[in-house]
Ligand binder design. Structure first.
Ligand SMILES: [Zn+2]
Length: 189
């Protein structure tokens, strides 16, 4: 009799353990579903529908980045900035331009003569507004950044005319401080 009771209790415990385990995994999945910043990451690239972008971006950034809008000329705080650092895509954080490739073009938008790398931006033929222009988009998230023209200074002769709204800037000094802080944290462990 005692043996039966022992088997019964063991089965009961196993049953509850299984149930608890399943609940644990289920809550983990639910957590994963609500959390990720970019759920449809295709390798390095970020692919989201316009509806999803709309939820993530401010109306101003959404208009430029996803609807190929153009900010008012001479409205960007970055146009005349000559601080040393890196310009990133404000949508996805992809590094786009170094400050030492920035120049005063007088065109009303932040201008650069070279992107950080060949893959940091992607080009497309733009035939809108009765013009033939080369559109520049982010190499990682495909957001519209601006256009490139062939009237820039040496060494490339190019002028990347970029909307400041879709740029984020990090001063070299801040980046260095952050790096040093990370190093200190790592060495503490
Ligand atoms: Zn981007």
């Amino acid at each position: 009799m005692r043996n039966y009771r022992l088997i019964y209790v063991t089965i009961l415990i196993t049953f509850f353990l299984c149930l608890a385990n399943q609940k644990h995994f289920m809550s983990k999945d639910a957590h994963l579903e609500e959390k990720p910043a970019f759920p449809n990451v295709d390798g390095e690239k970020i692919v989201l529908s316009n509806e999803e972008w709309k939820k993530k971006l401010s109306p101003e950034v959404y208009h430029i980045a996803r609807e190929k809008g153009t900010e008012r000329p001479w409205s960007s705080k970055y146009e005349h900035s000559n601080e040393i650092g890196t310009y990133y895509c404000a949508v996805c954080g992809n590094a786009l331009f170094e400050s030492d490739t920035k120049f005063e073009s007088g065109c009303g938008w932040p201008s650069f003569y070279k992107p950080i790398s060949k893959t940091s931006v992607i080009y497309a033929h733009d035939k809108t507004h009765g013009m033939h222009r080369t559109e520049v988009t982010c190499g990682r998230c495909g957001s519209h950044l601006g256009h490139v023209f062939d009237d820039g200074p040496p060494p490339t002769g190019l002028r990347y005319c970029i909307n400041g709204v879709v740029l984020d800037f990090e001063k070299a000094k801040q980046a260095e401080e952050k790096y040093n802080l990370d190093q200190t944290k790592t060495s503490e462990h």
